[in-house]
Write a protein that binds this ligand. Structure first.
Ligand SMILES: [Zn+2]
Ligand SMILES: [Zn+2]
Length: 125
């Protein structure tokens, strides 16, 4: 693990993959578990309501959603597919676009720069 500034508390520490020190990483996992419990009980909660109930800020909840770790009901999710703009419960793309993107990656233009770029983005997810 590289030595660096923790993205959450700013302390110099050995930070892991998510740029967090071990203490913040543990805290984040606990927060995440709490959010998941709230959603398991009330799946229709919006991000604002989740923030209110859990005491966590909306930005953090949104980050969990974008990372695809937390999944909300499609109706209350603030996320949109980055390709077609459809509401999605988590991640970056709707299932249809994901399928189309995968197909275009395997498609006839493997040297097409834009599809290679998308391939990179999917792999990093
Ligand atoms: Zn920290
Ligand atoms: Zn889409």
């Amino acid at each position: 693990m590289p030595l660096g500034n923790c993205a959450a508390c700013g302390k110099v520490a050995f930070v892991g993959a998510r740029g967090l020190c071990p203490a913040c990483l543990k805290q984040e996992d606990e927060d995440f578990d709490r959010l998941r419990e709230f959603l398991a009980r009330e799946p229709q909660l919006t991000v604002e309501e989740l923030a209110e109930r859990s005491g966590l800020d909306e930005g953090r909840i949104l980050r969990f959603l974008r990372e695809g770790r937390l999944i909300m009901s499609q109706a209350s999710s603030p996320l949109r597919c980055q390709r077609c703009g459809e509401p999605i419960p988590g991640g970056r793309f709707c299932p249809r676009c994901l399928r189309e993107l995968e197909q275009s990656l395997r498609g006839p233009q493997p040297q097409d720069k834009s599809s290679l770029h998308i391939a990179d983005r999917i792999k990093r997810k």
